[in-house]
Write a protein that binds this ligand. Sequence first.
Ligand code: ADP
Ligand code: MG
Length: 397
Amino acid sequence: MNYLNKKSVKDIDIDNKKVLVRCDFNVPIDENGNIANTKRIDESLETIQYLIRHNAKIILCSHLGRPKGECNMNFSLAPVAKYLSKTLGKEVKLAEDVVGESAKNLSSKLNPGDVMLIENVRFHHEEEKNDPEFSKKLASLAQIYVNDAFGTAHRAHASTAGVAEYLPAVCGFLIKKELTVMGNAIDEPKKPLVVILGGSKVSDKIGVIYNLIDKVDTLIIGGGMAYTFMKALGYSIGTSICEQDKINLAKDIMVKVKEKDVKFLIPVDIKVGLEYKPDTESKIVESDSIPEGWMGMDIGPRTQEIFSEALKGSGTIIWQGPVGVFEWEEFAKGTLAVAKAVAESGAISIIGGGDSASAVEKLGFADRMTHISTGGGASLKFLEGAILPGIAALDDK
Ligand code: ADP
Ligand code: MG
């Protein structure tokens, strides 16, 4: 599938038309019912504002949390409607239901440039089942469907894929941007291409390794997944996390990178801790001899230098997965060093993965990255070369 061949809002006449827009408003809500981080809503404003300027009648929809197919007001989109009203400078009415009388009534009264929101699509269990009848009901509210929810594009749900069967279906600017930046980075990367993988599990990142192995110049492995590789090399890894059933796979990957002449880097030194907790006793050790009873929790200072050096002069960097337990200050130094080196490299830098994105934000490097994907799971699937149902369902140019 050619992702870049999908129609966008710019390829379709929306003047005076009712447009159903699937956004990713799945924002964290604090104990007082306030939105703790508005990033996902802010990222969707470009498309909404474009639709307003072009006189569409706009019906927004999204999921929020996991209401498990029931109408549970703890998961209402009311805080989102309030924030949108304030940000757009016009009232965004919230329907009391998803596809019921309230949604129908409000949507039938829209004037060009008006914006409304229907309730959490996951109030219906048919949403996640991609139920055709429910998709039809959603579609019946509008004349055009726009998908701009990159974060759920890897799921075939009624509001992300099913509804596209019944309406002209195009993507919004956020999805377009995600596809263009990440698509270019893997199809025609500015060389050299460096891929940094971390996070807790090898199993999460196998697909990405195999999909990019023919394109990558340097592959850097850090984080919890590195210990499975070290174990495969016969190192002592103490109590570090390791996927026993992936050791052979790690060996296979190391054979492949050699065959393909990919520069392959794993940590040479490790910050280990006695226990998996923030204030545990810690020390730096050689990566091939982690003492019995100690657990690898971050890359050591020499590894930080080697990784940073490898990032210098790169053309494109794709980073998915923190190289240590960055949530705890004592074990965040490795991830900080990598973030700094990525920022200073001058390369096109793409951060995929929810935890990597929050690490980069928390450490203060967000505005120095070319692109921080809004979809953790979706960006992983994209980098694996998998088909994203929410994109596949859209009309081709
Ligand atoms: P992303 O969401 O960016 O793809 P992952 O979800 O794969 O990243 O992994 C992130 C998690 O990996 C973080 O919570 C981090 O604490 C954990 N992690 C990183 N290094 C280690 C390690 N050495 N041991 C245990 N967990 C680790
Ligand atoms: Mg994660």
